[in-house]
Design a protein around this ligand. Structure first.
Ligand code: ZN
Ligand code: ZN
Length: 127
């Protein structure tokens, strides 16, 4: 490919905005992208800024889902432990009604659901 402006010179890059071949003399680098000198610079700069902003957004949502995934898992583990503890109380104070047992089972089940939900979120965010 030859330079769009200089027919005899080989192009070293392609403008990100208009796709024309550019030689060393015609090319300018903006935010890691190539552009025609004095022609497409503004467009390429805007494109690069847009791209960067999008990448940042993706990174943030990944971080949020990772945090919420970990939060669910932690909550799940804690409530399973609370449930087991309450069930243990039921074993010790067997005079009490079955309320401890019921409460304990509810905690364990809820904890298990939170744990698996958190795991699913973490798995999803790794894709
Ligand atoms: Zn251009
Ligand atoms: Zn040129």
């Amino acid at each position: 490919m030859k330079c769009y402006n200089h027919n005899g010179i080989d192009a070293i890059g392609i403008c990100k905005s208009c796709g024309k071949g550019l030689c060393q003399e015609c090319v300018v680098e903006i935010e890691g992208s190539l552009s025609c000198k004095n022609k497409c610079e503004e467009t390429v700069r805007n494109l690069a800024i847009l791209l960067k902003r999008n990448m940042k957004l993706v990174g943030t949502s990944e971080k949020i889902s990772k945090i919420s995934g970990k939060f669910y898992i932690t909550t799940g583990i804690i409530s399973v432990f609370i449930g087991l503890f309450v069930i243990g109380l039921h074993q010790i104070f067997s005079d009490f009604s079955g309320i401890f047992l019921v409460l304990g089972i509810i905690f364990v089940v809820l904890g298990f659901f939170a744990f698996s939900a958190g795991f699913a979120i973490l798995k999803e965010s790794k894709k």
